[in-house]
Ligand binder design. Structure first.
Ligand SMILES: [Zn+2]
Length: 211
């Protein structure tokens, strides 16, 4: 119903298209599931290294759960919201509406998956680093920043690569990154498109340390 608004945030970055090293766009072989799995693995290994470098233990998420509509894992008693992805602090898990995310993947390419998943992992990281972790605009923008920093680090490390032939623009769509209790299209909950774009760009250009 509000799907059109899901496209509000389009990041125009300097370099090229971001695609997974095994890329649907580049090789035509990656499935949605491949991209989801790759995004999860790369993001988690990135954060493991970051924590190691800080001498802190990293606590892997307990589960990574696809759901459909309202039938999915509850978070602190609340049912999941359709067309959403979220981190649940109560169970330290990430869940995503599989149909919705696959729809984005089909419409907009794999960039959507490589943005949403690192954003949610950003919350899982916040929960480990912040004693008073709470979801609010500030936390959402920091998660966007973490997502940008994660992606640029993975590109620099060669784990992801920028797609040749796409020099002029990289469109990363931050379509989503909702959370169980808020309206993910509501700027009061996640920040405006400009704020989110800026937060993402800060992480992308300066790394997660700048977030
Ligand atoms: Zn979020």
């Amino acid at each position: 119903m509000k799907r059109a608004l899901a496209l509000v945030l389009v990041f125009v970055l300097t370099a090229c298209g971001v695609t997974g090293a095994p890329s649907r766009d580049a090789q035509g072989a990656d499935t949605f599931e491949d991209d989801v799995r790759t995004a999860r693995q790369l993001t988690e290994s990135f954060w493991k290294q970051q924590f190691q470098a800080l001498g802190r233990p990293y606590r892997p998420i307990t589960a990574f759960v696809p759901y459909s509509g309202r039938s999915g894992p509850r978070c602190a008693g609340e049912p999941p919201v359709p067309n959403n992805a979220f981190y649940c602090p109560a169970g330290h898990f990430i869940a995503y509406d599989r149909d919705w995310m696959e729809g984005l993947w089909n419409q907009m390419g794999d960039g959507s998956v490589y943005l949403i998943i690192p954003h949610e992992f950003g919350h899982a990281v916040q929960a480990q680093l912040q004693a008073d972790f709470a979801l609010n605009v500030q936390a959402e923008l920091q998660a966007d920043c973490y997502a940008g920093g994660t992606l640029s680090a993975l590109i620099k490390a060669g784990a992801l690569r920028a797609e040749p032939g796409d020099e002029e623009e990289l469109f990363l769509n931050l379509a989503a990154a909702g959370d169980p209790t808020d309206d993910w299209l509501n700027p009061a909950a996640h920040g405006t498109a400009e704020q989110r774009q800026q937060a993402f760009a800060t992480g992308y250009n300066r790394g997660v340390g700048a977030c």
